[in-house]
Design a protein around this ligand. Structure first.
Ligand code: TXA
Ligand code: MG
Length: 349
């Protein structure tokens, strides 16, 4: 299959290009498109065939449910049932934006889209191209991140092409995304709103709206007896090909420890690289450093994370050390993804 790339400027959306992309969705075919978080791989959410095609293109296990993207808040009533009051409050506070809500599904939503679950994930994205595409298609759009299963989520159209060229009919190139990490998923089917995947909207942001909320206890690695509730959070994910190790501790000890580890690996003939903040990037003389952004600008670190992991793969680096980035607001989400990418290999300096 030849993959058509359609360029659309988010600041000046060309209607005929949008039409062209929407036609694929109307025919039950797939289109990768930008959202403010990461690129998504979209298909008609009520068409089981489209959902199956999404799983096939990504090589994704079919028990890992998809998120349904909508264009208006009121659309949730066409997808979910027994929708609790918190949904409206959260929607008012954070939609359009990087938040996904889990509610009970209605009969129109096929099990192919929810991975067999009776609940459904819904998100109203803020990206102008995403919203325009959903509206134009006249459908609700099921869309996981547009990467091959197990690779970092795509933050540029070129990442999507790397993974899915020849496997899907169309990619909309709307430039680099804004946030760079997937949406915060909030489960509203439990007694208390529960974050199943941390994102740009933090636990305290949610608590400010709903009064109470919690992190999914299954996200804590220390307790092996509880599994993450979101199926996708159970899989090994976002892993670079090289061995990634995260080093924690006070700044100077971390730098010292990483330099020492790099020396040992090089002595063992391995290629090495470091992921560092802009503030510390120049303290690793003679070592290949990926400056991920300033600690003081945590949104830059989130934005650059997946692209950095992809670059490390491209370079075929065998041993990678990363500083840790427990920044005040997005730090929980950044570290959640980074620790998964490292397969939980974290050492203390
Ligand atoms: O930012 C995002 O959310 C991006 C963009 C494209 O919108 N999408 C995204 O989708 O990250 P995906 O498929 O890569 O991740 C969806 C996550 C998975 O971890 C999945 O297990 C979880 O949402 N999920 C979906 N439906 C669920 C449900 N009913 N119950 C629990 N978890 C669910
Ligand atoms: Mg994904």
């Amino acid at each position: 299959m030849i993959t058509e790339i359609i360029k659309i400027d988010p600041d000046n959306i060309d209607d005929s290009s949008l039409d062209r992309a929407a036609e694929y969705l109307k025919r039950g075919e797939l289109v990768a498109f930008p959202t403010e978080t990461v690129y998504g791989l979209g298909g008609d959410a009520f068409d089981p065939g489209a959902s199956k095609a999404i799983y096939a293109a990504k090589g994704r296990p079919s028990d890992n449910p998809l998120i349904i993207h909508i264009a208006e808040v009121s659309d949730i009533y066409d997808i979910g049932v027994d929708i609790p009051g918190e949904a409206e409050l959260l929607a008012k506070a954070f939609w359009p934006g990087p938040m996904t809500l889990i509610v009970k599904k209605n009969q129109r939503v096929p099990y192919e889209t929810t991975g067999g679950l009776d609940t459904v994930a819904i998100r109203l994205p803020s990206h102008p191209v995403a919203r325009a595409l959903i509206k134009k298609s006249g459908k609700f759009i099921a869309a996981p991140s547009a990467n091959t299963s197990g690779r970092p989520s795509p933050t540029k159209a070129s990442h999507v092409k790397e993974d899915l060229d020849g496997r899907i009919p169309c990619i909309i190139d709307g430039g680099a995304v804004d946030i760079g990490l997937e949406s915060t998923i909030i489960d509203l089917t439990e007694d208390i709103p529960t974050i199943l995947r941390p994102g740009a909207i933090s636990l305290s942001d949610v608590i400010a709206v709903t009064k109470k909320a919690q992190m999914d206890p299954g996200l804590k690695k220390e307790d092996e007896t509880v599994r993450p509730k979101a199926p996708g959070m159970r899989y090994r994910h976002y892993a670079p090909k090289g061995q990634l190790t995260i080093v924690c501790g006070d700044k100077d000890s971390v730098i010292e420890k990483i330099r020492q580890c790099c020396k040992e690996d090089r002595d063992a003939q391995k290629s090495v690289a470091v992921i560092a903040s802009s503030e510390t990037a120049d303290r690793y003389e003679g070592i290949l450093v990926f400056d991920i952004g300033a600690f003081e600008r945590e949104e830059d670190i989130a934005h650059n994370l997946y692209d950095t992991l992809r670059q490390l793969d491209e370079r075929g680096i065998e041993s990678i050390y990363s500083e840790s980035f427990d920044t005040p607001h997005v730090g929980t989400a950044i570290m959640n993804r980074l620790i998964k990418a490292a397969g939980h290999r974290v050492i203390n300096a």
